[in-house]
Design a protein around this ligand. Structure first.
Ligand code: ADP
Length: 239
């Protein structure tokens, strides 16, 4: 059976600079896969190609065995969450979540129904009428996640989504995100440079080095049996 998401010999160059080099990656439905590696190793570039914000130089991306690499971002059914969640300060939580629906011309009635469903999923009902300035960092990040879920995407792409939070809140949000992943049966591709975060959260980890995957395996296997010196040294570093 073909994988849910397939990256097939994906390369990306910016001018002369080759940042992703014939990369293969397959992700199953419902998996939580982390792309882990040092800064500049190509993780965000992979996520942006999945999202449709940048085009690969060569290679194919398939979702459920259909090519998506030529589709515009809004036709890929992927939710995206970044570190800088950038909520609109003058809008309430519910309005922020509704915004992407409004942008795509979804009717008011359908938008209201979708917003209320997404807000229930993430259990934000009690703060739905607040403005971002009245929310904690963790709550703001939950709103950003809710906004990504409002189209009920088949995949959620996350780029260092917890990077701006302090350690305690970050650990709490890691736990929440795992719980949400399980409960909603989401497929998540999660970019991080934090070894501990990838080890605690992921079903599988792809360790990146200079635009290539050095090892793709479960956290246990990566930790116990790193297959290259690079992986051993990178996993051995503490933050
Ligand atoms: P990571 O997410 O692992 O930190 P990135 O995917 O952001 O790595 O970047 C990989 C490399 O590609 C870096 O050397 C970065 O400077 C370069 N890069 C990323 N985006 C662009 C761009 N739009 N133009 C030129 N170079 C880029």
């Amino acid at each position: 059976m073909p994988a849910f998401i397939t990256l097939d010999r994906i390369s990306k160059a910016f001018g002369q600079l080759k940042v992703v080099d014939e990369l293969d990656l397959q992700i199953e439905k419902g998996e939580f896969v982390s792309l882990l590696g040092p800064s500049g190793s190509g993780k965000t570039t992979i996520l942006m190609m999945l999202a449709g914000f940048i085009e690969p130089t060569s290679g194919e991306i398939r979702l459920e065995n259909k090519r998506i690499d030529h589709l515009p971002a809004h036709r890929r059914n992927m939710g995206v969450v970044f570190q800088n969640y950038a909520l609109f300060p003058h809008m309430t939580v519910a309005e922020n979540v509704a915004f992407p629906l409004m942008m795509r011309g979804v009717s008011k009635a359908e938008a209201a129904e979708r917003v209320s469903r997404a807000i229930d999923m993430v259990k934000l009902g009690h703060i739905k009428d607040r403005k971002p300035a009245q929310l904690s960092g963790g709550q703001q990040q939950r709103v950003a996640l809710t906004r990504a879920l409002v189209f009920e995407p088949s995949v959620v792409l996350m780029d260092e989504p917890l990077g701006a939070l302090d350690k305690q809140l970050r650990e709490h949000m890691q736990f929440e995100l795992r719980e949400l992943h399980r409960r909603l049966e989401l497929t998540i591709v999660f970019v991080t440079h934090d070894q501990g975060e990838a080890l605690t959260m992921s079903d599988r980890i792809a360790v990146f080095n200079a635009g290539r995957i050095e090892q793709l395996a479960s956290p246990e296997a990566i930790y116990d049996r790193p297959n290259t010196r690079f992986v051993a040294e990178f996993i051995g570093e503490t933050n």
